[in-house]
Ligand binder design. Structure first.
Ligand code: NAG
Ligand code: NAG
Ligand code: NAG
Ligand code: NAG
Length: 469
């Protein structure tokens, strides 16, 4: 068929239609209405023509359509009137005792003899109905992997259509539209829990449904102590706290080998706490242990060192003006060790606020021990020949038969006349490269074994995520 001709016909037909449409609207006396009704009410839908355009008794039939289905036809004797429906002479449709099923679009059609075309008018009934909700997933249970997208929804019904509101952990979740769908990324395990949707439309009681969200994740490991001081004959516990969903399989290794378990070395589990218990420590037990956890989503591990060297020392507060003069300062410290301390190394230098340019200039003092018994060794020492009105910093390492301890936290102190500001007092941990200063000097000192001390952070938690999508 010729395309242009086709278009032409189309234009002609549609313009004819439009003319007719205009007529249709003018023909009606009744106006389109939307009736909001309570259940069991009686509803009257009008369908009156303008008497002028009706022009006598030209009407051949009156039809009513509900949601595009013919339900009433005055010309068709066979078509039974639905229960509770009455078609009045004047064209009105009356419905008694409406139910929610009566909600819909109603079209009244008046059929006239040729050449008049039928005319139509649109009405609607809304039978108010309390809300209800249907959750998705319908089981009310949803499981996702950590980091995945969560999609849950609540399909509401009721007349008028209800407004859906979401709650979790007692708080409303602010949502943009569409409100039926709740969508977010499960970036945090804390997002797991009960999600509730409530549907309200002002008719009757609001309805609600709950969806429980479960987030599965690869193992996460924690330990309270990643470095444990011990000595032969002692009893020691290596602890690894593991959370994982699904539950993880946990193994203990030392070096690359699984830790041999027997009546002396036991692996214990209490809830999420995994413990390696060594009842009677032997020197061969010293070393780095790895606690490794695996589940379907990944694995993680954490290292715990068992060592015989002393615990890092701790300086005690000595801000007593009587013992500290303008050129000397008395330091007091404590070191825990199950085996006797052989000697201390005390390092000190004038404190310079970090400018980044000044080179460290530590002075090392080797301090012998006195005869005292452990496990707590305390000692005091007076550094002499200090500059007056100067802030200094000091740190301590100590040695027993198993080697040198890790350095103590850095202590800052001032000789008489200098002001020790608050920010200088806070204990300095050995986190940054800057503080690993004694290592720089280890070569300049014959008996300094600081190089053997592990400054590295011993907890290395490696998480391997291998989501199988
Ligand atoms: C409507 O009528 C039925 C039957 O009498 C009754 O069971 C129902 O509760 C009524 N509904 C309302 C909303 O009044
Ligand atoms: C149409 O008929 C019904 C039933 O007799 C009546 O209630 C209604 O008022 C009538 N409407 C008009 C416009 O006459
Ligand atoms: C509503 O319609 C459905 C299906 O058409 C029917 O099963 C149900 O009984 C009806 N309910 C009422 C109150 O008429
Ligand atoms: C380092 O300290 C010593 C004394 O403790 C001093 O004689 C020397 O000049 C200092 N060196 C630098 C570069 O500050």
């Amino acid at each position: 068929m010729d395309y242009n001709l086709f278009l032409f016909i189309l234009v002609v037909i549609s313009s004819c239609c439009c003319v007719k449409c205009d007529n249709i609207i003018n023909d009606f006396l009744s106006v389109p209405t939307t009736v909001k009704a309570q259940e069991n009410n009686t509803v009257l839908l009008p369908c009156y023509l303008n008497t002028a355009s009706n022009d006598g008794n030209f009407i051949t039939a009156i039809r009513w359509y509900k949601d595009e289905n013919l339900v009433v036809d005055s010309a068709d004797e066979q078509l039974p009137l639905p229960e509770g429906h009455i078609l009045w002479e004047n064209g009105s449709l009356e419905i008694f005792r409406v139910t929610p099923n009566d909600t819909g679009i109603y079209i009244c059609e008046i059929v006239r003899p040729e050449p008049w075309s039928p005319v139509r008018q649109r009405h609607a009934i809304e039978v108010l109905h309390p809300p209800s909700v249907e959750p998705f997933p319908p089981t009310g249970f949803l499981q996702v992997k950590l980091g995945e997208e969560v999609r849950m929804s609540c399909k509401g019904s009721g007349v008028p259509y209800p407004i859906i509101t979401w709650y979790t952990k007692g708080e409303e979740i602010k949502l943009l539209n569409p409100r039926e769908l709740l969508k977010f990324t499960a970036s945090d395990r804390q997002m797991a829990g009960i999600y509730e949707c409530r549907a309200a439309n002002g008719v009757g009681e609001p309805a609600s449904a709950q969806i429980e969200l479960n987030i599965i994740y690869p193992p996460e490991l924690m330990t309270s102590r990643s470095w444990i001081h011990t000595a032969p004959g002692h009893r020691v516990q290596l602890e690894c706290k593991i959370s994982a969903d699904p539950q993880a399989t946990v193994t203990w290794t030392k070096g690359d080998m699984p830790v041999p378990l027997d009546s002396r070395v036991l692996s214990l589990v209490d809830g999420d706490k995994y413990t390696l218990l060594i009842k009677n420590v032997q020197k061969s037990d010293f070393g780095i242990y790895t606690c490794k956890a695996i589940n379907e989503l990944g694995q993680g591990e954490l290292q715990i060192q068992l060592s015989g060297v002393p615990n890092p020392g701790v300086f005690k507060k000595t801000d007593d003006k009587n013992i500290n003069s303008k050129d000397s300062y008395t330091l007091i410290w404590e070191v825990d060790s199950y085996t006797p301390i052989i000697e201390y190394n005390l390092w000190f230098q004038p404190y310079k606020p970090k400018t980044g340019l000044s080179k460290p200039n530590w002075t090392k003092l080797t301090i012998p021990t006195e005869h005292s018994s452990g496990p707590v060794y305390s000692k005091s020492y007076t550094i002499k020949g200090l500059k007056e009105k100067t802030v200094y910093e000091a740190l301590l390492v100590s040695r027993n038969r198993y080697g040198w301890s890790k350095p103590s936290p850095i202590l800052r102190f001032a000789t008489a006349g200098a002001d020790l500001k608050e920010e200088m007092i806070t204990p300095v941990q050995h986190h940054t490269e800057d503080n690993i200063i004694p290592l720089d000097l280890s070569s300049s000192s014959q008996n300094c074994k600081l190089g053997n001390v592990g400054f590295m952070v011993l907890v290395i938690v490696t998480m391997y995520y291998h989501f199988h999508c």
